[in-house]
Design a binder for this molecule. Structure first.
Ligand code: ADP
Length: 266
């Protein structure tokens, strides 16, 4: 931090205040710059891992596996999986930057949360079936209007339900529970609470505060194996913030997790 030393100037409180401000400005700029560098390093690493695998398999297909149809098929399916991973990562990065850019603009449409949840659950039904997970709906099921962005709210609940299925343990149940709150203390008015509940592996308390950071995962290997990008909850956090809502995470290791979104109505 480079700040010119302040000569004592008893009559000019203003100059001192000015210098104080610039110290804070520089610190904030440096912090933002460090975060940006970290983010670029993380993105590069996340892209490089599948890319290295793709380059390696191209070489193998040209060489050793050239005349072996069984090996060729196996390598091609790994390559398709890695390309899919890169595609999802780029898609999530674009979503994240769009959501961040719009965060200050309040959404204006009237959205029926019941319809949003129905859509998200329908889309994820095949994923749930593949994992032998039952998707259940409880609580209020009638029309539940809020002011919001329908695509972004669909993304929030899709990400949460997909995580609950992925980390909820196969053979289990995932419940989407909706409650109308007459008075929510933080937004000081009526609100809707949507809870996505799983009885899966749960999360240790020490991870909870960092879960919505970009690329933060409890178990990187497991997240990758499940096709995760590590950006899902970061996207959720920004969309919920844009809707002036709250994300609440409750979890107990070995027992399961509840991710609740509380949206002000009105
Ligand atoms: P990912 O693409 O890795 O799933 P997310 O941002 O969606 O990224 O989630 C971050 C991490 O939070 C995951 O890697 C996982 O460790 C943890 N997590 C998210 N949802 C759950 C859940 N329902 N149960 C247990 N762990 C979860």
């Amino acid at each position: 931090v480079t700040v010119a030393p302040l000569a004592p100037m008893p009559e000019s409180g203003l100059a001192e205040a000015g210098a104080m401000l610039s110290i804070e400005d520089i610190t904030a700029t440096e912090e933002a710059e460090a975060m940006r560098r970290d983010f670029v390093a993380n993105v590069s690493h996340e892209l490089r891992t599948p890319l290295t695998a793709l380059i390696g398999f191209v070489e193998t297909l040209r060489g050793a596996a050239k005349d072996d149809p069984v090996a060729r098929e196996r390598f091609l399916s790994i390559m398709a999986r890695e390309a899919g991973r890169m595609n999802r990562l780029v898609g999530d990065l674009l979503s994240l930057s769009r959501v961040e850019a719009e965060e200050r603009q309040r959404p204006r449409a009237t959205v029926d949360i019941s319809a949003v949840l129905r859509g998200a659950m329908q889309t994820l039904q095949p994923v749930a079936e593949a994992a032998q997970v039952r998707l259940l709906r409880s609580g209020e099921t009638g029309a539940l209007p809020v002011v919001g962005d329908p695509d972004q709210l669909t993304q929030v609940f899709s990400n949460l339900i997909e995580n609950a299925v992925k980390y909820g343990g196969s053979g289990g149940e995932v419940t989407v529970h909706v409650e109308a709150l007459a008075h929510e203390p933080v937004s000081r008015g009526p609100a809707l609470k949507v809870a996505v509940i799983d009885r899966g592996e749960g999360i240790e308390a020490l991870h909870l505060p960092r879960l919505t950071e970009r690329f933060y995962r409890v178990d990187t290997h497991r997240s990758r194996e499940q096709g995760g990008t590590g950006l899902g909850l970061a996207i959720v956090k920004h969309i919920v913030a844009r809707h002036r809502g709250r994300l609440k995470i409750e979890s107990e290791k070995g027992k399961g997790s509840t991710f609740s979104v509380i949206l002000p109505r009105g």
